[in-house]
Ligand binder design. Structure first.
Ligand code: SF4
Length: 368
């Protein structure tokens, strides 16, 4: 059955991917710590965060390049968390991945035609040589490449062409879910947009669900239906693209978005780019309470002492003590905002004893 036919058989609201309390530890390194999310048929979800947030590890657990420490990965309702070697073959037909670096993910000694045909061979599809060549030509055509590219080696192609070959190979197995792991970040800026547009066109035409992993929130604005933001192994905010862009609630999401220009010039002038300073802390020894507290411009003592739970706030799901149930809270992008904002109703209060425009006093890390 073709991808289109298989996907059309799914109900409109079918859950294609479900992660339940996914945990991936590498010894003492807590790379992913309790991530739960759902992706429905034909949806594009962007999984966003800095390098070290654990987002690529989530992608590798889904395609089962890694076996999760605990939790569950379900694809089309089937639990694939601990599949046997034999069952993995069917799983890899349903779920494909496009990696960041096409040069590293394509075998340099194989002709492009053989690279693209590899999923057909691995899945034991008994196609004749002629049928296989026809499928490869069709696959290359789908990503805007001529069939003669099949007779070249990957190093003879440009970076953008190589990434198109990677996408053609990923779609060859007719997946219902595509994991795109930073698919444009290793490419020249001049070709990034064309590869993103290609992915968007293919997703719309074929209808596969897509988990788009990226550190760049502005890259997902025209592609994603849903956005999930990760920080140090955990989800901190999730919502629709519209709600995240119009009203991000979590200070980390606001900081990531602060670099993106706003169309309204008045609003733009009142905004500042938030520099988070220090690198993301080590996943071997994550900060207590809210893991973002060591870099958060509006952190209070409660953030050090107490883990904020993910909860529904308006259209988004947010993990932050200072976001109120009605969605109000600090906006670290507003000039002078953190030092002017008063957290009504908080017993411990913010350490906002600094002059406007300066940094608030850092809360003390719990020693207990
Ligand atoms: Fe910042 Fe505290 Fe909210 Fe964490 S819980 S994002 S430290 S205000």
């Amino acid at each position: 059955m073709s991808t289109e036919a298989a996907i059309k058989d799914l109900p409109d609201d079918a859950v294609v991917l479900e992660l339940e309390d996914l945990v991936m530890h590498f010894g003492p390194v807590r790379a992913v710590d309790g991530v739960s999310l759902r992706l429905r048929r034909g949806q594009v979800m962007a999984l966003v965060g800095e390098s070290g947030s654990g987002k690529s590890t989530v992608g590798r657990c889904i395609v089962r390049l890694l076996e999760p420490t605990s939790g569950h990965v379900r694809i089309d309702g089937t639990d694939v968390t601990h599949l046997s070697r034999a069952a993995l073959r069917e799983h890899r037909r349903q779920v494909s991945i496009v990696f960041q670096d096409p040069a590293g993910s394509l075998n340099p000694r194989m002709l492009v035609g053989d690279v693209v045909a590899e999923p057909l061979r691995l899945q034991g599809r008994g196609l004749s040589r002629r049928d296989r060549q026809a499928r490869v030509a069709e696959g290359l055509g789908r990503v805007g490449l001529r069939d003669e590219v099949a007779r070249r080696y990957p190093h003879e192609l440009s970076g953008g062409q190589r990434q198109r070959v990677s996408i053609a190979r990923a779609l060859m197995s007719d997946p219902t879910l595509l994991i795109a792991d930073e698919p444009t970040s290793a490419l020249d800026v001049s070709v990034q947009a064309s590869v993103l547009n290609l992915l968007a066109d293919l997703q719309r035409d074929i209808g596969f669900a897509c988990l788009f992993i990226t550190h760049d929130l502005s890259a997902v604005e025209y592609l994603a239906d849903e956005i999930a933001v990760m920080y140090l192994g955990q989800l901190v905010e999730q919502g629709t693209r519209e709600s995240i862009f119009a009203r991000p609630s979590h200070p980390y999401t606001q900081a990531l978005l602060s670099a993106a220009p706003v169309p309204d010039p008045v609003q733009q002038r009142s905004r500042r780019a938030v520099l988070l300073g220090d690198d993301i802390p080590s996943a071997m020894d994550p900060p207590s309470g809210c893991r973002f507290h060591t870099r958060c411009p509006v952190a209070v003592q409660r953030c050090v002492d107490e883990v904020p739970l993910l909860r529904r706030v308006g259209a988004n799901t947010v993990a932050c003590h200072l976001v109120q149930d009605d969605g109000s809270g600090p906006d670290v992008r507003v000039l002078g905002g953190p030092s002017r904002w008063t957290p009504a109703g908080l017993e411990d209060g913010v350490t906002q004893d600094t002059a406007p425009g300066t940094s608030p006093t850092r809360p003390q890390r719990s020693t207990g």
